[in-house]
Design a binder for this molecule. Structure first.
Ligand code: MG
Length: 444
């Protein structure tokens, strides 16, 4: 076995049956089962390799004497909500937004949050040692099947003014992208009084409708359907439905940064407090926070950093500029279902989605990636030579009065990413160039 599973920003990921084999899934879950004891819930997205890896994972958990609750094909946030309320830990078999040949394993702790880096290190230690707990034959675990969806939906309904939303009878186009959101999001929206039109709504791990990552360039069908049907908006999810992105009533994709700022505004209008977001997020979020007299806290890139910081600070909302939105009144993880329901509530005030998006300050946000075999060494040098207002929360971010540039090493690939942003396109390009020069000087 040459491929060694390493936990990245989203658990373990690899090409199924080539890198991430059932043997590895078994060993990872023997490791988890050695560390935990109790009730462990497991669920998956629609990937073709999902059942194969889930079966191996279940075997590891039963071998170590744990009770396993199989939730079947279910959105990640519904699995996490189930764990929070009913189990001691969870395993999610998903590669989220990655292409169809990939799959992954993500571990969830007793409060429904993704494992911290420390938790993952514990699992890695047991995995590498290979000494697993093995219970006597009459102590091996029991396997039951459960449905996490009803409680997940009930939990969401509690967060919003259902009567008000139902009265509006919104028309919504849902694109679950043949992923774990299939059936769940449409029924949630129907219960909220919406007329729902679905596309790519058959669970299918070959993802025939579109790739699992809901980027603007693959959502043409959704945009066209929103326009054609006269819908109030369209919503699309990634493979495991923890992310949600939106298309406005004119059929235009709403940038995820704008989305994050819109939800930030709505959260702060309800309750003043702290908003948490990674250093890579657009300044339009910070602008909205300032306008609404809130506070902003920056974290390293990765939803787990955002979620844990939110818990620590008692934040009112947080999220990433990729459609990963975290609503703490529900749970501390990205949640595509809550995002869709909250969007309905936001629209109840009478403005259209395009009008709301237009209210958010505009920035030019550009990025570049450079190959960096020794990315960590280069980043060390970048830190040494960067001058000015330097923020090292994640990589190196240089703040200026009229913009910023962020240089950071990718968590998974031999790549250094550079992001720049300003209200002027020309200035954004200059800042990007400054970042590129910095990396070149550090590499030379
Ligand atoms: Mg995802």
């Amino acid at each position: 076995m040459s491929w060694r599973p390493t936990f990245g920003t989203n658990g373990v990921r690899g090409i199924a049956n080539e890198e991430l084999t059932p043997e590895i899934a078994l060993k990872l879950c023997l490791s988890l089962g050695t560390l935990c004891s109790g009730d462990i819930a497991i669920g998956r997205d629609t990937r073709v390799s999902g059942e194969m890896l889930k079966s191996a994972a279940i075997s590891g958990l039963l071998t170590t004497g744990n009770k396993v609750i199989d939730l079947g094909i279910t959105p990640s946030p519904a699995i996490q909500y189930y764990v929070k309320n009913n189990a001691d830990a969870g395993v999610i078999v998903t590669a989220s937004h990655n292409p169809k040949e990939y799959n992954g394993l993500k571990f969830v702790d007793g409060v429904g949050m993704e494992f911290s880096r420390d938790g993952e290190k514990e699992v890695e230690k047991v995995y590498d040692k290979g000494e697993f707990k093995r219970v006597k034959w009459d102590r091996t675990g029991e396997l039951i099947i459960a449905d996490a969806i009803p409680d997940y939906k009930k939990g969401i309904m509690k967060l919003i003014d259902v009567e008000k939303v139902r009265d509006k009878r919104f028309r919504v186009v849902v694109d679950p992208g043949n992923g774990a959101a299939c059936g769940v999001m449409s029924s949630l929206l129907r219960e909220l009084g919406c007329e729902v039109i679905e596309i790519n709504a058959e669970p299918d791990g070959a993802f025939p409708g579109r790739p699992p990552e809901p980027t603007a360039d693959v959502l043409g069908e959704l945009m066209a359907m929103v326009k054609k049907s006269g819908a109030d908006f369209g919503v699309a999810h990634d493979g495991d439905a923890d992310r949600a992105v939106f298309v406005d009533e004119r059929g235009k994709f709403v940038s995820e940064d704008v989305l994050l700022a819109m939800f930030t505004k709505s959260a702060l209008e309800k309750k003043k407090g702290v908003i948490v977001t990674p250093v890579s997020s657009s300044s339009c979020v910070a602008d909205v926070v300032e306008r609404c007299s809130g506070e902003i806290a920056w974290t390293p890139v990765g939803s787990i950093h955002v979620a844990r910081k939110m818990l620590e600070l008692g934040a009112v909302f947080g999220g990433e500029g990729n459609g990963g939105l975290i609503f703490p009144e529900h749970q501390y993880c990205r949640d595509g279902g809550v995002a869709a329901a909250k969007m309905l509530e936001i629209l109840c005030a009478g403005k259209t989605l395009s009008q709301l998006a237009d209210e958010i300050p505009k920035y030019y946000h550009i990025k570049e990636k450079l190959r960096g075999e020794d990315k960590d060494g280069v980043m060390q040098k970048v830190k040494g030579i960067a001058r000015g207002k330097v923020d090292t929360t994640d990589g190196v971010k240089l703040w200026y009065d009229d913009g910023w540039v962020l240089v950071r090493a990718s968590g998974t690939e031999p790549i250094i990413r550079i992001f720049a942003e300003s209200k002027s396109q020309k200035r954004a390009k200059e800042l990007l160039q400054e970042g590129i020069e910095l990396v070149k000087r550090a590499s030379g």
